[in-house]
Design a protein around this ligand. Structure first.
Ligand code: HEC
Length: 166
């Protein structure tokens, strides 16, 4: 006999765990991000962050509108994922960077209520306290802290480039 409670509970739990980024040893973002999230900049393109990497940027439903239009606040949990590649066809994956919007005041003030994380292609988190998250935040602050350059430290597609640093 099929136990109805178990058969309905297990998929629900799996869905909940998958929806919780960075939780314990769970994957930091869903492995089907290419279909579950929406791609925001097409096609594969060279990054503006001058590391000579090619990038694809994905937004979940909550992040899509404020990210692509540059207007409106990001709700808690809104997720932006950038996949970084070595080649102009975006086939040789080098790393990921991830930002998830936090409840106001949960993290340090200088992190602007975002998580700032880098991952290897196998989803191992890269911990390098010399650069992460300070270098991430420093560049996003300069590049896209607020309109017209960006929206809440995200680098809105199509936004103007900042003036070169003095
Ligand atoms: C030298 C500047 C620079 C540094 C350092 C940097 N970023 Fe970015 N980041 C950008 C720019 C510019 C974009 C817009 C997309 C592009 O052109 O690559 C971006 C895009 C992103 C995106 C996609 C959403 C968005 O804001 O456009 C995420 C997520 C992200 N970065 C996270 C990080 C994290 C995490 C780190 C540190 C581990 C980091 N970035 C370091 C400049 C930088």
């Amino acid at each position: 006999m099929v136990d109805v409670r178990t058969s309905t509970l297990v998929p629900l739990l799996v869905a909940l765990v998958n929806a919780t980024p960075g939780c314990g040893s769970d994957p930091p973002f869903p492995s089907d991000y290419e279909t579950r999230y929406r791609e925001t900049r097409l096609p594969c393109q060279i990054s503006h962050d001058h590391e000579l990497r090619y990038v694809r940027v994905f937004a979940d439903d909550a992040a899509y509108q404020p990210y692509t239009t540059g207007v409106g606040a990001f709700p808690v949990g809104a997720t932006l994922l950038k996949a970084e590649y070595d080649d102009p066809a975006c086939s040789e994956l080098l790393s990921y960077v991830l930002m998830v919007k936090l409840e106001p005041g949960v993290g340090p003030a200088e992190e602007h209520d975002w998580t700032w994380q880098r991952f290897d292609p196998d989803l191992t988190e890269v911990h390098d306290p010399r650069f992460i998250p300070t270098t991430c935040i420093d560049c996003h602050d300069y590049h896209c802290a607020a309109p017209p350059l960006g929206n809440d430290y995200t680098c809105t597609p199509g936004a103007p480039e900042p003036m070169p640093r003095p």
